[in-house]
Design a protein around this ligand. Structure first.
Ligand SMILES: Cc1ncc(COP(=O)(O)O)c(C=O)c1O
Length: 415
């Protein structure tokens, strides 16, 4: 039977949060981190309680079981992002460390003095600062591709800043402030026309759309497990095999070498992919938990996610527009995610957020780790409500009542 995406109980019972002592909160901060379904929590608990062994190290039964589950999670992750070769899936601490790894290892190898790195003003700091640092270290130029009113970069806009010196193009799949989607296939093609590599920050994109890394022909794709309802402390760097093979390891340690030459660094032989980029004990429970999150997400699929989130977001925006004249929404045209970014006219975002918090509504206030996006919006900070599959229409009703109170914040303050 097709899922009834208008049913507020479709996903709700899968999330223990709503039965916890905090379950009365309205959680509208999923773009920061998503809630976890029971199956993910159970998978993490099962690892710690019944087969808590290290992977790839021993010849014991527990070690085998842990290794089997760990490897299965990698296979699932590869299938999930459309990578036919699971060796191209490198586990990392999260999107941030994945992007830093590409910048510091791969970027350092291919970017030379006078080269250019293209990014945009609509990036999260995790996809801006590593490139800014790399450019400074290599004597390269950081170039901003123009963005449209929803923070997107069109292939034409990208083409307008590309030159034969462009080595890397680093853009988001979906912006964490605008919530709008870049056409990453077209952008990768535009980057490749100039011989540049295309690095995609998929931290928000992957929550609403398949990465399809091979079909989209991206060179690197980074994301975090916690935003797709998995544990924190785990993320993925996908890279094309030939690039990951050339990329020097960012870290050195256990389980990433075949042979160590103790006299000569060049004689030390690193393992094949993926182990050469995974030094030391990896976050095993988190990898297994992310595998469970992927199983969960794939049990209904992206189409259901998108339709449910579209329904909730459209309802929120239509009520805000109709009933809250003093709320300015910055991204109401976007139809790609559950992100609604706004301010209450005349009220600082932190003051407004405290009104929401007093009513048990959790939203994000500040610059959301993207000061550059706020420079584009010409405001210092904003509020961000971000919706996901488990949110409900009645939670949005509560949100609207509080939004009306927040609009009256100054009246209340000075009355
Ligand atoms: C677009 C985007 N990129 C990168 C990140 C960094 O993700 P993490 O903090 O999980 O490494 C985030 C997190 O909010 C994000 O929204």
């Amino acid at each position: 039977m097709p899922a009834n995406i208008y049913d507020d109980n479709l996903f709700r019972r899968d999330f223990p949060f709503f039965e916890s002592e905090n379950g009365g909160y309205v959680y509208f901060n999923s773009a920061a981190t998503a809630l976890k379904p029971r199956c993910v929590i159970d998978a993490v608990c099962a690892y710690y309680s019944s087969y808590s062994a290290n992977v790839d190290r021993g010849v014991d039964s527990l070690g085998y079981k842990a290794t089997e589950m760990y490897n299965a999670a990698r296979e699932k992750t590869a299938a999930f992002i459309g990578a036919s070769d699971s060796g191209t899936v490198i586990f990392t601490r999260g999107a941030t460390s994945a992007l830093n790894m590409v910048a510091s290892s791969f970027g350092n190898m291919v970017v030379e003095s006078g080269d250019e790195i293209v990014t945009s003003m609509a990036e999260h700091h995790s996809n801006f600062l590593p490139w800014q640092q790399l450019a400074a270290a290599r004597g390269a130029r950081l170039v901003f591709a123009p963005t449209d009113s929803l923070g997107r970069v069109t292939p034409q806009a990208l083409g307008s800043v590309m030159t034969e010196r462009t080595r890397i193009v680093a853009l988001n799949h979906i912006s964490n402030v605008y919530g709008a989607k870049n056409d990453i296939r077209a952008l990768a093609a535009a980057a490749h026309e100039y011989g540049a590599y295309f690095v995609c920050d998929g931290a928000q994109g992957i929550t609403h759309e398949s990465a399809m890394v091979e079909e989209n022909n991206v060179d690197f794709y980074a994301f975090s497990g916690h935003k797709i309802m998995g544990p924190t402390g785990i993320g993925v760097l996908y890279g094309k095999r030939e690039l990951l093979e050339k990329m020097p390891p960012a870290e050195f340690g256990g389980e990433m070498v075949y042979t160590v030459d103790y006299e000569n660094a060049a004689g030390t032989q690193f393992k094949d992919l993926p182990e050469r980029h995974e030094a030391g004990t990896m976050p095993i429970a988190q990898v297994i938990g992310m595998g469970a999150a992927i199983d969960y997400l794939m049990s209904f699929g992206y189409d259901v996610i998108r339709r449910r989130v579209d329904f909730l977001r459209d309802y929120m925006i239509s009520r805000l527009e109709a009933e809250c004249p003093n709320i300015e929404i910055y991204n109401k045209g976007q139809r790609d995610s559950g992100i609604v970014t706004f301010n209450v006219r005349g009220v600082h975002s932190h003051d407004a957020a405290s009104v929401f918090d007093n009513d048990g509504i959790i939203i994000r206030a500040g610059h959301h780790c993207s000061q550059t996006s706020h420079a584009l919006l010409c405001v210092p900070t904003s509020l961000r409500a971000s919706l996901y599959i488990y949110n409900t229409k009645s939670e949005i009703d509560r949100f609207i009542e509080t939004a009306k109170k927040a609009e009256g914040f100054l009246d209340v303050l000075f009355s």
